[in-house]
Design a protein around this ligand. Sequence first.
Ligand SMILES: [Zn+2]
Length: 298
Amino acid sequence: MPSSSQFFRRNSPSRQGRRSSGGLKLRLMIAAAIVLFSLFTYFASSHVNPITGEKQRVGGLTTEQEVQLGLASMPQLVRQFEGQSRNESAQRYVDYVGARLLNALQNRLADRGTRNPYPFEFHLLADDDTVNAFALPGGQVFITEALFWQLEPNGPRGRFESRLAGVLGHEIGHVIERHGAQRMAKGNLIQGIAGAAGAAGSEVSGAQIASAIGSLILKGNSREHELESDRWGVELMVYAGYDPRSLLDVMDILEKSSAGSATPEIFRTHPKPANRRLYIEKIIKEKFPDGLPTDLVR
Ligand SMILES: [Zn+2]
């Protein structure tokens, strides 16, 4: 666990953005190339998910292409939420909990004879008004400071950490189930970009693609995808040593904080909050029929 005496001060000394935006143009060009390619392979046959073994229609996108598209659309999305957080201790905490979940994921996958192909990164975004968390295809995961503070980082450590694990575990679920790629492959995204470019009489640009992916992600997922991610959230939490009932806390927090404002991705879901809670309770019972381990952090 990262340690620091004044761990969570809301305004820590400023720092430069953690990651350089160098290579952005190249990334955008690559993104344009990938999408043009997938226009032609749009009707390609389904692809087997390397982690879940399920067949999915992902428009011919490979995992490497997903990673490239995610990286290409990241800078614009980060700017939209006021950049990377400058609170280094808080960012370290996000990295720490993310790493614990990834470790749990690796162990689970090793048991099944496979491995995680995604280079995950966890970003705390500076926006402290918009409560949100989301993930780009390929492994870039985001949580805003506004949501981070809602999880009460200055309360009991275990309670905060397991809530954060609930948020990040859910987002990891979207990445490994390739929900973003599946939605891109459904055609709205690719056809939309092609249509916009056609109307403007220009070629498809990387920036248009980045922008389209960003808004697709922020639109939120389907009910089915949300529930699928909740399943991963529960599983990864338990294997990382966190009590999955903290995901229920997260649902309560999101329900309260989203009243009257834009609904965060993690909560923009068709199942009513009460139903989603019931569903999470049901997954816990199904996955752990003999009861949860007794030493989980909560
Ligand atoms: Zn979600």
